[in-house]
Design a protein. Sequence first.
Length: 441
Amino acid sequence: MTTSNYATERETTEGKVFTVTGGDWDEVVSGADPINDERIVVNMGPQHPSTHGVLRLILELEGETVREARSVVGYLHTGIEKNLEYRNWVQGSTFVTRMDYLSPLFNETAYALAVEKLLGITDEVTERANTIRVLMMELNRISSHLVWLATTGMELGAISIMLYGFREREYILDIFETITGLRMNHAYIRPGGVAQDVPDEAIGKIRDFLKMMPKKLKEYEDLLSGQPIWVERTTNVAVLDVTACLALGVTGPVLRSAGLAWDLRKTMPYCGYETYEFDVPTHPAGDVWGRYQVRLAEIRESLKLVEQALDRLKPGPVMVADRKIAWPAQLAIGVDGMGNSLEHVAKIMGQSMESLIHHFKLVTEGFRVPPGQVYVAIESPRGELGVHAVSDGGTRPYRVHYREPSFVNLQALPAMAEGGLIADVIAGGASLDPVMGGCDR
């Protein structure tokens, strides 16, 4: 029987059982002599309130200075990628939306684009569907950045901004509920288009939000940008220059805060982003302050994109015309949430038996995807979100793997933390904006 530093194993009547422990924690601790070395090893997390979820950090300290930092992930593992192999291609949308739970619409879009590329129908997705995707993603980018601002403010002692950030995010979640029937985990963006059209009521809510939000952003800056404690806690803290970002694969606002204007919406556009007018904000500092400035500027750019998307929402279908691929449901939002409209169900039942059989098979088995593999990347609120999808020609994915920016960006935490103060570990970690649901998918 083999042994492991990370999990002992034993045979039982139910099969092999692993006993998961603290990994090499004992070895790490035994390597430090707190009396002679004047160093201590601190286990921060995975339950620490300032670690952005179930992230564990092992810190070796000399006084208040961090000499070594190690990130430990996996405490929120859901097995979503593996589960996709046991559901048809459309059902996959319901799983991927639950990974990075602060930007579910980006998870769905990347997955849908990958499936559409395998099917060879990228150019068949309607203009209205692409416009709705841009509209929803940019609203989601704003709500995600608002959560970052709220939680980072709370962790650095700015309690008021936490309340205001979540207050404005609630307005966006209300818009999402009006459109999709759900506040989060929507499964709204699907292969071939979107699940249902945007109702007129939602358009009015979005217009009101566009009028209200610029004033709120100004209030945030009045609260924080000139506040001495906020400036002190963020300026020249957790510095990561552009060379280090590129070496570690760091993308998104963290990379742009180091001065490189790399944004996939500009450099490798998708969903028609090349037809929109917007800027890519950057900052030269590469510190927590720079990341704060970049994310606020990105909210303003997203507001511009939302307004442009609203203006070009022309009437038209929101799903591809091919009935062998298009999800046959016509959804409506009722008192119990989103479901099939009763009129559409009545229409299906009143058609020919062949039509009913086709509908049944498409819902239960799903469509077949030609064999092949693709990689599709989009710009999520945290950086490059990529999907590597593999098909063996069946109705279910052979393999789907996500290149998740939270997972990749966390590699930068030791580089940012070592040599700094333990208090700055919180500021630096928060400035990466990791979401462990995406990291541990």
